[in-house]
Design a protein around this ligand. Structure first.
Ligand code: FAD
Length: 290
């Protein structure tokens, strides 16, 4: 089923992002997380893509669909040539994958600029255009940033290319993580004023640890509100940071649900505990159906 159709319903969707395993050492944790979170009734899930582990992404997506009967979306990036990308899309189509998140992708070497494998695929919008123009019937998601992307000169630039992704055929958007809902509300208001009608799903990260927060802030461009940063600075250890992150995420989700968001998308980092605690709290407050 197309995710955009689920997002058009009145009930907000709950979805989880899983990271495809980079090697065997990550498989057990991932399997346990998928099995655990599948029991918490997500409407859909998604699986990240890296060039060296692309097969794992496709294998996990098809397995989640068949074994758990949950709609699973494959991420795909501009890490491959256009010909190889078409081969991957053909494979997905044969396997019954219904939705693709079309992205440029992160650079494999942190701190290095992204180098496309094919000049025809330099940006997320190029991949969206390829999927659309080649006649595939996938639902197409795309990434957007509520705050400034680290490579963008300003929000204007970011907004222009977000709009271009929709013009190229993206039928829903997922935001990069953010910790202050005002960024999301401003983005949605601006999009609606500009006539962009597709659902914009907030991407949420319960803070796993100080170290992961630092990495994610530099990769995503997300900022941390000063009150949250002060609480993190005072936290005794990573358990306390994690608990703070869960509390902050519950408050963020509650406000987003009250504002009528189409869904909540959780960056799980292949850990089930925080999403379970957050969903439990939101269901306890009757903000989400059980
Ligand atoms: P782009 O849209 O190409 O944007 C990158 C930069 O270029 C931005 O500054 C943008 O404003 C600018 N830009 C966009 N289009 C143009 C254009 N036509 N001309 C000039 N400038 C342009 N990374 C992975 O490697 N694998 C994943 O599985 C993955 N999953 C993700 C899932 C989500 C929901 C999100 C939000 C991000 C994910 N990422 C993933 C990270 C993502 O690839 C990076 O954030 C990347 O830097 C941006 O991807 P994009 O598709 O938005 O790129």
């Amino acid at each position: 089923m197309r995710i955009a159709d689920m997002l058009a319903r009145s009930k907000p969707t709950v979805s989880f992002e899983f990271m495809a395993p980079r090697d065997e050492s990550e498989v057990d944790v991932l399997e346990h997380t998928v099995a655990t979170l599948a029991g918490h009734a997500p409407d859909w899930v998604s699986v990240t893509y890296r060039v060296r582990t692309g097969d794992k992404t496709l294998e996990l997506v098809t397995r989640i669909k068949r074994h758990y009967h949950i709609e699973a979306m494959a991420h795909l990036t501009c890490a491959n040539t256009a010909d190889r990308t078409r081969q991957i899309l053909n494979w997905m189509e044969r396997e019954g994958v219904a939705n693709v998140l079309a992205l440029r992708g992160d650079s494999p070497a942190s701190g290095e600029p992204f180098t496309p494998a094919d000049p025809l695929l330099a940006h997320g919008s190029d991949l969206i255009g390829l999927v659309k123009r080649s006649g595939y019937r996938f639902g197409i998601g795309a990434a957007c940033s509520a705050e400034k992307h680290p490579e963008s000169p300003d929000l204007e630039h970011e907004f222009r290319y977000m709009r271009f992704k929709v013009e190229q055929g993206a039928d829903f958007l997922i935001t990069q993580l953010f910790f202050d809902n005002r960024f999301y509300f401003d983005l949605v208001a601006r999009a609606r004023a500009a006539g962009i009608k597709v659902p914009i799903v907030p991407g949420l990260m319960p803070i796993p640890s100080r170290r992961s927060l630092g990495v994610m802030m530099s990769m995503s461009g997300a900022s941390v509100p000063s009150s949250l940063q002060a609480a993190i600075d005072e936290a005794a250890d990573d358990d306390a940071v994690r608990a703070l992150g869960v509390r902050h995420c519950i408050a963020q989700c509650a406000e987003l649900l009250e504002a009528g968001v189409p869904g909540l998308h959780f960056y799980t980092f292949n850990r089930a505990r925080a999403p379970i605690e957050i969903l439990g709290a939101l269901r306890g407050q009757q903000l989400l159906a059980s």
